[in-house]
Design a protein around this ligand. Structure first.
Ligand code: URP
Ligand code: ZN
Ligand code: ZN
Length: 472
């Protein structure tokens, strides 16, 4: 069994920072203390570097068919990009594309098997009837212990409140966690019809037809439904100041509600949709205002929000022009599909590689977050909430050796040239970042070494989750 010693690094966990040596045997961390280099094949000198647990992205959409196209990263390309950004576990979504949950899970397992980092999934509960209700309790047998429901996307993904309430009751009985996409589908439908009738086709109308009030109201509704079902709930991609207020309101009253935001909601606003290339910023829910950005940061700093995911769901900006990916030309229809109609622009953005580097610079280097909070938000909390801890999200003897050697002093000019996300743009083009992953280990295997890719399709393992994790 191979033994790798990482020497002289500063270990960063959600609790502390300390100078240690870390010994890996095979796929596991076996010791964290001063270790002698005897009987060790490889010694990695991490002087001046930080040792972080591999990132866990709780929200990705790889190979997702939508808007007549498909998200442009599949489970290989997306997880390779994740690894370059320091993320070694992703939680994807199973689309309910088949009559049964089981068939849908099987189809997703087949597609996901090419992942290059470890992976698991949430089940998208986008239909609800007695057959589906009867099948939900079996999901943990197939390793899936969380469900996502939607209060928006009328006639497509949305469930009515009664069905969401029943799903929460079933989830509680079977120790599963419900995730919720909180927007007001009815208001969106009315405003979209009116905007198109008035001839409004530009990207900014995406935000104008999905008002923040709808997200705020739906967040409180979700918390209220969870309270009445006595079930925990996790609000995904929180984007509006009022949502943070509603989450706080619910948590202060004992509701087991948790929240996730994503980098795009911390940095961008609906003004970005007015740019000539505004379609690049189209995702649902949309970005809001700088006051919303600030309130979300505050929520991360004061613990109202528990995680930062990405909602990685990339599309090409111009899918008629191929890019080179691993030496081969690739073009996938993207945002240009909606050049004459904002409702036809595929919703979603790249971000799985960007998350740790941009959050480190804007969060830790700026002094908004401690390194411990950074690790908690991007790794340990997702592991705890989704039942992966302490195998993942921890640097403890017995944990998987998913390790990032982080160079806190490395400066990069970030953008599409450094990105392995399979798309033709990057939201953070030209951003000056300080702090970047230097080496990434997946279960003891070095998969990223600087700009060298040593991983491969199929290196990732499915992580079955039989029950939900902790309420944080
Ligand atoms: O625009 C987005 N976020 N696309 C992915 C689907 C979702 O609602 O998370
Ligand atoms: Zn969503
Ligand atoms: Zn999503």
């Amino acid at each position: 069994m191979s033994r790798i010693l990482i020497k002289n690094g500063t270990l960063i966990t959600d609790q502390e920072s300390r100078q240690v040596d870390l010994l890996i045997e095979g796929e596991k961390i076996v010791a964290i203390e001063a270790v002698s280099a005897k009987n060790v094949e490889t010694v990695v000198d991490a002087s001046g570097k930080f040792i972080l647990p591999g990132g866990i992205d709780p929200h990705t959409h790889f190979d997702l068919p939508m808007f007549g196209t498909v998200s442009s990263d599949d489970h290989y390309t997306g997880t390779k990009a994740a690894a370059f950004g320091g993320t070694t576990t992703v939680i994807d979504f199973v689309s309910l594309d088949f009559p049964t949950l089981h068939e849908s899970v099987e189809a997703w397992r087949e597609k996901a098997a090419k992942a290059a980092v470890d992976y698991t999934a949430h089940m998208n509960l986008t239909r609800f009837d007695s057959n589906i209700a009867a099948e939900i309790p079996r999901l943990p047998e197939w390793g899936i212990a969380s469900l996502k429901v939607f209060t928006a996307y009328n006639n497509r993904l949305r469930l009515d409140d009664g069905s969401i309430f029943k799903a929460l009751q079933i989830a509680r009985q079977h120790d599963m966690l419900v995730l919720i996409h909180a927007e007001n589908g009815d208001v969106i439908e009315v405003l979209t019809t009116q905007a198109l009738a008035a001839g409004h086709t530009e990207p900014i109308w995406h935000a104008r037809t999905r008002p923040a009030w709808g997200a705020v109201e739906a967040t409180l509704r979700a918390c209220a439904l969870a309270a009445q079902a006595d079930a925990p709930i996790y609000i995904v991609h929180m984007n509006a100041a009022g949502e943070v207020d509603m989450l706080r309101y619910a948590r202060e009253r004992g509701v087991r509600a948790m929240g996730e935001t994503c980098p795009q909601y911390l940095f961008f606003t609906e003004e970005d949709l007015k740019r000539p290339d505004g379609a690049k910023w189209i995702c649902s829910p949309p970005m809001r205002t700088s006051a919303d950005n600030n309130r979300l940061w505050q929520g991360l700093m004061d613990g109202t929000l528990q995680t930062v995911g990405t909602d990685h769901c990339p599309f090409f900006f111009d899918g008629t022009k191929p890019i080179l990916y691993e030496g081969k030309p690739v073009a996938i229809p993207g945002k240009e599909l909606g050049k004459d109609d904002f409702t036809k622009i595929p919703n979603g953005l790249p971000g799985v590689q960007d998350r740790l580097p941009v959050l480190w610079t804007a969060g830790v280097v700026s002094g908004k977050l401690t390194p411990q909070q950074f690790v908690a938000l991007t790794s340990t909390n997702p592991a705890k909430i989704f039942g992966l801890y302490p195998r993942k999200g921890a640097l403890l003897p017995g944990s998987d050796a998913d390790i990032v050697i982080w160079d806190p002093n490395k400066k990069v000019k970030y953008g599409v040239a450094l990105s392995h996300q399979r798309t033709d743009y990057n939201l953070y083009e030209g951003w000056e970042l300080t702090g970047y992953p230097e080496k990434v280990f997946l279960r003891g295997k070095l998969i990223v070494d600087g700009e060298r890719w040593l991983g491969k399709s199929g290196d990732g393992q499915f992580l079955p989750r039989r029950s939900s994790g902790e309420f944080l």
